[in-house]
Design a protein around this ligand. Structure first.
Ligand SMILES: [Zn+2]
Length: 93
């Protein structure tokens, strides 16, 4: 294993740093297929934790929100998309 990152202990990695570390150390294509699949699952799970802003549409009833990942309808109290599990960023701007 090659760890090319200099992080200070105790390795409080951000999700992005963890994803980069996994991707840089991914087994070669065609080898360790179970491990490779598990690592891709971990990357997908880490990306779900990164808040993504919803899309906003104006309708005649007010504003409607959709998940930017799967287009599922969202309610403003959904901190996570009920369909795909993406964390939702409701902050303004
Ligand atoms: Zn979604």
């Amino acid at each position: 294993m090659k760890w090319e990152y200099k992080v200070s202990e105790p390795y409080n990695l951000t999700n992005e740093e963890a994803i980069n570390a996994i991707e840089k150390n991914m087994p070669l294509a065609g080898t360790y297929t179970v491990l490779t699949e598990a690592l891709h699952m971990a990357i997908k799970a880490l990306r779900k934790q990164e808040p993504v802003k919803p899309t906003t549409e104006r309708t005649r009833y007010g504003e409607a929100y959709d998940c930017n990942v799967c287009n599922c309808g969202l309610e403003p109290y959904n901190n996570y998309c009920p369909n795909c599990g993406q964390r939702i960023d409701w902050t303004e701007g």
